[in-house]
Design a protein around this ligand. Sequence first.
Ligand SMILES: Cc1ncc(COP(=O)(O)O)c(C=O)c1O
Length: 429
Amino acid sequence: MNRLDLFPITTKVIQDRLTIAGVDIATLAEEYETPLYVYDRATLDAVTQDYKTALASFYPMPFSITYAGKSFLCKAIAQWSQTQGLLVDCTGEGEIAIAKAGGVPREQILVHGVNKSNNDLKAAAQYAGILVVDNHSELRRIANMPVIDLPTLWLRLLPGVTVSTHHAHTQTGHHASKFGMTADEIRTAAAFCKENNLPLNGIHFHQGSNFRDPEPLLPAIDLALDLAKEIGFSSEWHFCPGGGWGVAYHEDELPHPSIESYVRGIAESVLSGCQQRGLDLPYLHLEPGRSISARAGVAIYRVGAIKRRGDKVWVLIDGGMADNPRHAMYGARYSCLAVTAIGGERSEVVSIAGPYCESGDVIIEDLPMPHLNEGDLIAVPMSGAYHLSMASNYNGARKPTVLWLEEGRAKIIQHRETPGDLCARDEKL
Ligand SMILES: Cc1ncc(COP(=O)(O)O)c(C=O)c1O
């Protein structure tokens, strides 16, 4: 793979400088300072369209796409999701509040969470159209809620099937996982819903995040369809085999896996599985996060000190694990380009690390790069998912400015935190 293929689809190199959506990245870095994140609208639109086209080609019934807000959510992304007709998956009351502030209507909000608090459930009851139930405790509390108009309920199945992701921490569907309910727990939960007249009409599972082989989805789909048959949903029922489709983060990986083949595999398996069981076709939902948002986002950093020690070259930048904890958490591999020397000869192998007080505060290890100097800018592609949504204020780090890039224009969608923001919640003794 070419390093540029990791960048948003509007990326162009003009006179050796990086541009995205027709905007010169070095100029943006001057104006807005670094670390800086940019999101390319055209890339978000294009991937979403790939999902829609594939679903329309391979699945005859209604379908919908739910954007997994956990990959990155802010008001502007919530607004954008509605231009695409997406549902928004919100984990708990915090993300529900962001979706709502971005104008997502009740029927487009779907709520997840492995141990929802009473406040999460209350917010879901008030503002969501769909609530995915993770466990019996939630179900009992939902049954006791004094609400007339509950969201429709889906049950989250733990299929007990492992998908191959890059790290054990991104697997969620295997036997030992904390997520969802076993087949027996699903049976009990469905019976409870019937006894208590709860509006159950769907089943869901999510096996993990960043996988490329859809094969393990098939036994999980079979199990979910068996349970759907047993439960006996009404003719309009909903089925969601989660999200998790992978992307390439580094030029050494195979190219970005095809969304079409993923969707086709799921659609065909649901169609044939329903036919074999004499089940009405469900309303099919997919729940991607990373495959929509990762490639649209690029992180821009400025190089500070450089430590050249024989074979080991440390390039220190002004961001790191506080805005992108994925290398520290999962050993995720990234690549980058020098923003104003794209074609420069890659004469040096460098490791790129942040300013924070952790040896694990590394973004990139052993990457061939042109000779870098203090003050240069680097752009790290595939930075749109699970960076800012997992960002922290470690060492007093302030969350960075985020820009929306569209047709030659840049607009701030998140302001850089100020030192005042860091103390905003504090009270003196
Ligand atoms: C329930 C659920 N749905 C969807 C997703 C989205 O996964 P991805 O961003 O890998 O597509 C996740 C991610 O953890 C999830 O937990």
